[in-house]
Design a binder for this molecule. Structure first.
Ligand SMILES: [Zn+2]
Length: 206
């Protein structure tokens, strides 16, 4: 009669964290992490295309954290590359107002990289990080100056935007998952190729 005593079953969801991830470069679910790479870094590597990156970790980092760090770095580099490509196109096509805008994005981007490098230096005390931070800071400053100079010259009428064409970027904006799909990456990428950027005479001189 009375209520049947039922054993209460508590379902506790088992928290399973993913260990294999989708590679943003080749699109295959073949990205793994080596959490024992070193005391303070994990290695994130794609078994299909070879994309790889060392990322910071701590004692409680899980593979998913390492992958998150990888994604941050990966897209930051992509964004930087995209902006520097735009810079070239805009210079070529005489689109100075938009070029000034791209310089302001580049400056912000470089500033963020400087801060990140500085954070890493504080954590790991690797002088290379400090050096990187200084370079990024300098790059941020130069981009800002380029922006300012362009805006001043536009205002003074020393330079004028060329007539705007439609789809100015079309030929250059390639699908990131396109052509390079099956090529293994040649080298592990460090945050961004700062040497290339600073060695490049890309900064405008008028
Ligand atoms: Zn891949």
């Amino acid at each position: 009669m009375g209520r049947r005593k039922r054993k209460k079953v508590v379902y506790r969801p088992v928290r399973t964290l993913p260990k294999i991830f989708t590679c943003p470069k080749c699109g295959h679910k073949t990205m793994k992490t080596n959490m024992k790479f070193s005391d303070d870094k994990a290695l994130v590597i794609c078994g299909h295309c070879g994309e790889q990156q060392e990322v910071p970790k701590n004692e409680i980092s899980e593979p998913v954290d390492a992958f998150g760090n990888f994604i941050d770095i990966y897209y930051k580099d992509q964004e930087y590359d995209r902006l520097t490509r735009r810079e070239e196109i805009l210079k070529e096509k005489g689109q100075y107002s938009e070029l000034a805008l791209v310089y302001s994005f580049l400056s912000d981007n470089a500033q963020i990289n400087a801060e990140k490098a500085l954070e890493e230096f504080e954590k790991y005390k690797d002088p290379a990080d400090l050096e990187n931070a200084e370079k990024w800071k300098e790059a941020a400053k130069q981009y800002k100056e380029n922006e300012k100079r362009l805006l001043e010259q536009l205002k003074a009428g020393l330079i004028v935007d060329a007539e705007l064409e439609e789809n100015i970027y079309d030929e250059e904006e390639v699908n990131p998952f396109g052509e390079e799909q099956d090529k293994p990456s040649e080298k592990p990428k460090r945050r961004a190729n700062i040497e290339e950027i600073l060695g490049d005479p890309g900064f405008l001189e008028f």
